[in-house]
Design a protein around this ligand. Structure first.
Ligand SMILES: Cc1cc2nc3c(=O)[nH]c(=O)nc-3n(C[C@H](O)[C@H](O)[C@H](O)COP(=O)(O)OP(=O)(O)OC[C@H]3O[C@@H](n4cnc5c(N)ncnc54)[C@H](O)[C@@H]3O)c2cc1C
Ligand code: SF4
Length: 1013
């Protein structure tokens, strides 16, 4: 025993020649080797409360890279840590080790065999990718953590993950047939089901492999009685090593024995997974009781009807979700009650699935206190209801007005028969400690999740946390349960394992690990011979972050950028592989540093200041923020509202203090100034930006990639047009139309259309008295001093309109968000800012919410609608879609993500490739696929540019579509519109060209005459 403890201690405190190791790795690997401080800081934490800075990071290309890495790590005495999505919650995915990130390259499905119902995968395969591929054969991989769209098979094997459908298909261990593994000392082999004869043969063959099997046989002989006695007989025992799979009655499966070993024994190079039938038709029954305890009491009865999933949530989770404004549609589907069960039934036909659910409904309604029930058969409604459950972890983090909740006792499990009793006792205990948490979980298997408001920032708080979890461990053990039901032990529960298994089995765990990893270098300090549960805390009693002065006031984060960056609890939703709004740059690069989580973690590390030491001048942080499109996708899509766009703006404002910014910053950041200048001679300026040669020089000067076209200035600005026109509805109620830089100087037809639409709705359109700019482009380069000045100028100029409550319609969504978002963060105490933000509407919002006399004109057309990211994240598309529906337009919204242009992002030379790659994820292929009769609708100027520059289609603003519906009777009028604009442009350029020639000729003549005289 002494020996193991010493080995463990030595591995945990190994001194490694990191530089030498990095050099050797770089020389020998095809993949990437990153030992710089930024990469180390980036991977210093996972989804848990813990933080340990790795020695370095390796992104292997293939198994050979992994073998080479482990061999070199051994040569240099460095511990090794494997990582998939890094969504672990118990601290098992951070360590002082060489960290192998499998998610970027080793993510291939090698084979799916629908006949044998197996799949062979590399460890970095994201679960949903496997499920989607298997679904083509009506098969699935059963266990489905809530992180199914970003967790990897390697990570699931590491943690023995489960999920809502483990009720149907078991835990990960039940679904692994074989593993190809690599030990720290370089043995690569296949493990799986091994009968007695095979076992003996392997032992007889000797060598390192035979030695391991001999050790396993000895373990079985020594501990089989204890394993039978002390392993809880419950559906969700995930704690400890799977020594039960060494016993003949469990089929002796060495692969399954290694599942759940959390990277502490071996590295998994490849997995053979069992696939199960996926019921094609499903229905969802929502069952509401007065409280969550009554829900828990009914679990055995509900389970006797064989649902394929049974989940529970309590009223506090619902309240927190409401307070955060998330999943509102899903919440509206819940039947009245104070606790809910989600029972899913599946079958080969919808009628069969529904009939099963109805039998349960009948049975429940016969009980003395029948629940409220709602049965859903519609796929969209079911998805919305499931979203409420799946976003539980995020929904319970950083709830406004609540102290933060943390992992620590987030994953206990008992037997379903005892769930009600266990929960009541656990809540009594929490009350005694003054703790509070929402409650949810996989109730069918009595696995309970929560995020308790532990104080992990003070000595007494941490001591109280320790006392609580120790007592909670005693409680769950007294119920015959498990410390972990699916998340694993990592560091937060490993120290408590003796309470559950007793000292002899803990010794068996040590021996099991030592068989595979005699050097004790695989993920040391986790599961066995562990770090203390209150060591390596990300916060801890000495947590004193740097609190610099900032432009943004971060009112929801106590005025602190450190607190804002701490929001990221590592759920990793920004790493989802497909669909969703965030994070476009991660989807294009598959790099952690270009994910919302990576950026938030690096900023947090910057405020922590021990690895990232250069504060605002840190190049690692700058590089990670560089590819952020400032789309604000994360602000709405991230369950804890991480707002990287704002953090980026703040960071850049300091990073560039006293330094020159790139050329494009001055070209695009001050576009309002250039556009104002150009509006005096638009034809001439267009000659320099549109004509061959000249346009190349312009692009070079502005730092624009040669593949891009520079948008042309309109011959007449919107303001000029408006001034020359007779005002309409002079007596009507006024509405202020914001002539933003893009629709004023480049695409005035949008604003002209809006005027006509607003007038037809019975309003008198007025413009701001002075030329104003919201400053949107300035935020992208952190030019916040000027941005603030512009906002103050706007507030001063619009003083009367604000005071009179005159609504302001903004056509460009990114400008509207300045007033609805940034302005409030910069001036949270300015009453005028608050009022203007409430008076600011997009056109669709105004027509839907305010314009009572507006009757939407009809247009029987198909359309493809692309919402600007800021529209989707800050304002939401609800009004736009409602209006289009009322107009009779048959539309689709195929691209939930970004167009890739994102303001000036796509116009920057270094970002062109990423910009196009993001566009090609969804939007651009959808536009190309749309029939020529289908309207393309996009309100954002940059979205319209991306479409125009990357496809042969032109998109229209909603204002133009409404005007078209009201006025045009010709078929497909949008086609003529673009030609008309182009003709006007050409005319103005010709005029300018002719003028230029005339002036040059005149000047030459004058010069010649003067020379003669
Ligand atoms: C919001 C949220 C919801 C969650 N919901 C669930 C849930 O419903 N059910 C559930 O079971 N879990 C859940 N989890 C926990 C976690 O998502 C799962 O355990 C998931 O399967 C981990 O996958 P990953 O790829 O992120 O693994 P990682 O965190 O990267 O790794 C997990 C473990 O596996 C090891 N590992 C990774 N790759 C290898 C390899 N190639 N060889 C050897 N070891 C390896 C790591 O060292 C680590 O110990 C949730 C987490 C979050 C944040
Ligand atoms: S703003 Fe968009 S690109 Fe930037 S981190 Fe958030 S989701 Fe990703």
């Amino acid at each position: 025993m002494q020996n193991f403890a010493e080995l463990a201690r030595a591995a945990r405190s190994a001194v490694v020649d990191a530089r030498g190791l990095a050099t050797a790795l770089t020389r020998n690997l095809r993949g990437e080797v990153r030992f710089d401080d930024g990469s180390r800081a980036l991977y210093a934490t996972d989804g848990s409360n813990y933080r340990q800075v790795p020695i370095g990071v390796v992104i292997p290309h293939d198994s050979d890279d992994v073998v080479a890495t482990v061999a070199l790590a051994r040569e240099y005495g460095a511990p090794v840590l494997c990582r998939g999505g890094g969504t672990s919650l118990a601290g098992q995915c951070c360590n002082v080790a060489v960290l192998l990130d499998f998610s970027k390259y080793m993510n291939n499905i090698i084979e799916i065999d629908p006949v044998r119902r197996i799949a062979r995968v590399q460890p970095g395969v994201v679960l949903d990718n496997l499920r989607n591929a298997a679904e083509k054969h009506h098969l699935t991989f059963g266990p489905d953590p809530a992180t199914h769209d970003r967790c990897t098979l390697g990570g699931m094997i590491g943690n023995n993950s489960c999920g809502a459908h483990s009720v149907m298909a078991g835990k990960t261990d039940d679904n692994i047939e074989a593993l190809q593994i690599l030990t720290y000392d370089g043995l690569r082999m296949q493990v799986g089901h091994t009968n007695d004869a095979e076992f003996e043969n392997i032992i007889a063959a000797g060598s390192r492999r035979g030695g391991i099997y001999a050790g396993l046989r000895k373990l079985r002989e020594t501990y089989s009685d204890l394993i039978q006695q002390r392993y809880p007989n419950i559906p969700r025992r995930v704690s400890g090593y799977n020594l039960n799979y060494l016993l003949p009655e469990n089929g002796i499966n060495i692969a399954r024995a290694l599942v759940g070993s959390e990277g502490t024994c071996v590295t998994v190079l490849e997995a053979t997974c069992r696939l199960v039938e996926s019921p094609p038709e499903r229905v969802l029954l929502l069952i509401a009781y007065a409280d969550i305890f009554q829900c828990a009491d009914r679990v055995p009865e509900v389970m006797s009807h064989h649902p394929i999933g049974l989940e529970g949530i309590d009223d506090l989770l619902v309240e927190f979700s409401r307070r955060k404004g998330i999943n509102t549609e899903g919440l509206a589907l819940l039947p009245p009650g104070g606790g809910w069960l989600f029972a899913e039934f599946g079958a080969s036909t919808a009628a069969e699935a529904e009939s099963q659910a109805r039998q349960l409904m009948h049975s429940l309604s016969q009980s003395p206190s029948p629940p409220n029930l709602r049965l859903f058969t519609d796929k969209l409604q079911m998805k919305r209801a499931w979203d409420v459950r799946e976003s539980a972890l995020g929904a319970t983090s950083h709830v406004p007005g609540e102290p933060p909740g943390w992992e620590g006792w987030e994953d206990s499990a008992v037997t379903p028969e005892k769930l009600g009793g266990y929960l009541r006792d656990l809540f009594k205990m929490m009350n005694r400690y003054g703790y509070r948490s929402a409650l949810y979980g996989h109730f069918g298997h009595a696995c309970v999740h929560m995020r308790i408001n532990f104080d992990l920032q003070s000595k007494p708080g941490i001591a109280k946390y320790r006392k609580f979890v120790e007592e909670a461990a005693d409680l769950v053990v007294s119920y015959g349960g498990s410390l972990s039901g699916e998340h694993g032990d990592g560091q937060s529960r490993a120290e408590l394992l003796p309470k559950m298994f007793g000292p002899e089995l803990i010794q068996a765990f040590r021996e099991f690990k030592a068989l595979w990893d005699p050097d004790w270098k695989m993920n040391p300090g986790k599961v066995v011979e562990p770090y203390k549960l209150d060591e390596n805390l990300r916060l801890g009693a000495d947590y004193k972050p740097w609190e610099p002065q900032t432009h943004f006031k971060f009112p929801e984060d106590h005025g602190s950028i450190a607190h804002a960056a701490l929001r990221c609890v590592g759920v990793g939703k920004c790493r989802q592989d497909a669909g969703g709004v965030m994070c476009p740059s991660f989807r294009a690069t598959r790099e952690e540093e270009h994910s919302t989580r990576g950026r938030a973690h690096l900023l947090w590390e910057m405020t922590k200041g021990d690895v990232i030491r250069d504060g605002w001048r840190d190049q690692h942080v700058k590089d990670s923020l560089d590819l952020c499109l400032a789309c604000k996708g994360c602000k709405s899509d991230c369950p804890v509202g991480v707002d990287v766009a704002t953090y980026k703006s703040e960071f850049l404002s300091h990073y560039y203090k006293g330094r020159w910014r790139p050329r494009s910053a001055y070209a695009f950041g001050n576009i309002d100034l250039w556009a104002r200048l150009a509006s005096h001679l638009p034809g001439l300026v267009n000659l320099t930006t549109q004509l061959p040669w000249l346009r190349d020089i312009s692009k070079l000067a502005a730092g624009i990639p040669s593949e891009r076209s520079i948008p042309a200035f309109a011959p007449q600005t919107f303001r000029q047009w408006f001034r020359r026109r007779q005002p309409r509805n002079p007596e009507a109620a006024p509405v202020l139309l914001w002539p933003d830089t893009f629709n004023n100087y480049f695409l005035p037809d949008t604003a002209k259309a809006a005027v006509e639409v607003l007038e037809s709705a019975g309003y008198r359109v007025v413009l701001p008295k002075a030329k104003l700019c919201c400053g949107r482009p300035l935020y992208d380069w952190g030019m916040l001093d000027r941005a603030k000045r512009l906002l103050l100028e706007t507030l001063d100029t619009l003083h009367n309109e604000i005071a009179q409550g005159i609504p302001m319609v903004v056509l460009e969504p990114s400008c509207a968000t300045v007033f609805r978002d940034e302005m409030l963060n910069l001036f949270p105490k300015d009453e005028r800012a608050r009022r203007l933000s409430q008076q600011t509407f997009l056109l669709s919002e105004f027509l839907e919410k305010k314009a009572k006399n507006f009757s939407p004109p009809q247009l029987a057309r198909k359309a493809l609608v692309h919402g600007h990211c800021h529209h989707k994240s800050v304002m939401r598309m609800t009004d736009e879609e409602a209006l289009l529906r009322k107009m009779g337009i048959d539309f689709q919204t195929p691209a939930p993500g970004c167009c890739g242009m994102a303001g000036a992002f796509g116009f920057e030379k270094q970002k062109y490739d990423v910009s196009v790659a993001i566009g090609e994820l969804e939007l651009l292929p959808a536009v190309r696929k749309a029939s020529y009769e289908t309207l393309i609708i996009a309100d954002g100027f940059s979205c319209r540019e991306q479409i125009a520059q990357c496809t042969n289609r032109r998109a229209l603003h909603l204002a133009q579509v409404i005007r078209m519906a009201a006025q045009e009777r010709k078929p497909y009028p949008e086609r003529h519109q673009f030609e008309k604009q182009q003709a006007e442009l050409r005319k103005s350029m010709k005029r300018a060209g002719a003028g230029l020639i005339a002036i040059t000729a005149g000047l030459s003549l004058l010069w010649a005459l003067r020379r003669r005289t």
